[in-house]
Design a protein around this ligand. Structure first.
Ligand code: FAD
Length: 485
């Protein structure tokens, strides 16, 4: 296969790059080693569209955060992903915390974050958030902070990129890169790809990818994972707080947050654990105990025991000693671009990084012309968000929309079938979940899981032993009784 440019990695950064490039006349292939997009850090984070007061002024991180926040807000109607501008409070009670909050406020003004103000006493704070711990006496209010579903944003960007000509190849692990004078040859698990340019957006593995083109690995960088673990709580607690509640940040990051999710649940976490490896997405007793105890500082009456529906974790891709994103053409290997060290606020910054990549290509002399017929590929509206007339007319068109498969989240058979035939199809039970919400509710798929399995089998004509829950080693059926197929 020959192309102009290969993007390695289909997390939020890779799909944002693909989305932006698909507006131009350039041949692009997007590859990922997993069976779907957004399968690593992009699917396991807090889902916050950060305001932009956190990053140090004059860094790329500050610029991308503020710009990304603005772009996500303007894209959500065009692409129809769920998004809410809830606002956020960064809370404190001690003099030391107040000082940090004042610093964040000034930093935010310097970063040109709109809608920042200080709540200077208990009364003001508790008027805005009545369920906060009564000790909280000071807060920074960030009006433009929002919440999204990370994989919905990634899917919408990826669908649009593919609808505008980008080729997406899944299960395609880049194993080796040979550099010739004017091209790269990538050896992958799906064969060879020849490309003039490489965008490295491999997240936790971006150091390994860069090392493939370096003669001397010490010229590169090293990614260190830091794990964050979470509690996802049931919808009856979804409105315990109206805004994203952050504690005052420390050297370990933004701390444990309490936040509504865009689907109506309550999210609490993450901790910051160095005791991890890049592929370790386990949750631990110690990690979760820490989350519970730290959250009490924000809201002290959460009943985790009755409301917990899921725990999960994700790894931050950090580079020791570097407190900014690396977004540049390699100084050693021309035409090779790193988008690396993308820790938080990477999800927020993705769409701005996509735009920035075009300026990098232009700066290095590539002339790019815009396509005239670029289209936005909207996500379908969830059935449960439609009004009675809209539901009725859908059922008239196809009676599969009248067959409810996921009772917790009210997801119809029609939506599940549509997701399996999208431009990037759902091929696993969790792939369907990310696209339709089936399995996201209180029972976590114990009712709809077998029915989604059946629909996947019929629509994709699959043998039952090749249907996965999620990744490649998660077969739902592992063997046959009596040796029968
Ligand atoms: C606990 C936690 C909370 C966070 N909260 C927020 C938040 O609220 N808001 C926010 O803005 N940001 C947040 N972030 C940061 C954000 O999630 C990340 O910055 C972002 O998801 C990184 O995206 P990415 O595309 O760089 O990496 P990834 O999503 O990891 O994507 C990299 C992709 O590269 C692929 N890949 C790797 N190696 C290869 C190979 N050899 N061949 C082919 N493909 C390969 C992987 O399969 C993967 O899909 C959080 C992060 C964590 C961990």
């Amino acid at each position: 296969m020959k192309t102009d440019l290969v993007i390695i990695g289909a997390g939020i950064i890779g799909v944002s790059l693909a989305f932006e490039l698909s507006k131009y006349n350039i041949k692009v292939i997007l590859v990922d080693k997993e069976n779907d997009i957004a399968m690593q850090t992009t699917k396991a984070n807090s889902g916050i569209v950060h305001g932009g007061y956190d990053p140090k002024p004059n860094t790329l991180m500050a610029k991308m955060n503020v710009e990304g926040n603005r772009i996500i807000k303007s894209l959500h109607k065009k692409l129809n992903f769920n998004y809410k501008e809830t606002g956020a409070l960064i809370i404190g009670s001690t003099d030391e915390e107040k000082e940090i909050i004042n610093k964040l406020y000034k930093q935010g003004l310097e970063n040109k974050v709109p809608g920042l103000s200080l709540l200077k006493n208990k009364k003001e704070v508790h008027q805005v958030e009545p369920n906060l711990n009564k000790e909280i006496s000071y807060a920074l209010y960030s009006q433009t902070t929002g919440i999204i579903s990370p994989w919905e944003l990634a899917l919408a960007l990826a669908y649009t990129a593919v609808s505008n000509g980008v080729k997406f190849i899944n299960n395609c692990k880049v194993e080796k890169i040979e550099k010739n004078k004017d091209k790269f040859i990538l050896s992958t698990t799906k064969g060879e790809i020849e490309a003039k340019y490489i965008f490295n957006a491999a997240g936790l593995y971006s150091d390994d990818i860069y090392n493939m083109v370096l003669d001397n690995p010490s010229d590169g960088f090293k990614i260190t994972p830091i794990k964050g673990e979470y509690y996802l709580l049931d919808k009856f607690l979804g409105s315990l707080v109206n805004k994203v509640i952050f504690q005052t940040p420390s050297s370990l990051g933004k701390g444990v947050l309490v936040s509504p999710t865009v689907h109506g649940n309550l999210l609490v976490g993450p901790n910051a654990s160095f005791d991890t490896s890049k592929d370790d997405v386990s949750t631990t007793i110690d990690g979760l105990k820490y989350v519970v105890s730290a959250s009490k500082k924000s809201v002290d009456n959460i009943n985790f025991f009755t409301s917990n529906i899921r725990n999960f974790s994700g790894n931050r891709a950090t580079i020791k000693g570097v407190d900014d994103f690396i977004l540049e053409e390699s100084k050693i290997v021309p035409h090779f671009y790193n988008f690396a060290g993308i820790k938080s606020p990477g999800l927020t910054s993705g769409p701005a990084i996509g735009k920035y990549s075009i300026s990098l290509l232009k700066k290095s002399g590539l002339s790019l012309t815009k396509k005239e017929n670029f289209i936005y590929h909207k996500l379908p509206t969830f059935f449960s968000h439609l009004n009675d007339n809209e539901i009725e007319s859908l059922i008239k068109k196809n009676k599969k929309y009248g067959n409810i498969i996921c009772r917790c989240e009210l997801v119809s058979e029609g939506e599940i079938v549509d997701s399996i035939h999208e431009v990037i199809p759902a091929t696993t039970i969790d792939g369907v979940k990310r696209r339709t919400n089936a399995g996201m509710g209180r029972c976590q798929g114990s009712f709809c899981g077998p029915r989604v399995f059946e629909i996947l089998k019929n629509e994709l004509h699959l043998d039952i032993d090749s249907i996965y829950q999620d990744k490649g080693n998660s077969n739902v059926v592992v063997s046959y009784t009596k040796g029968n197929k």
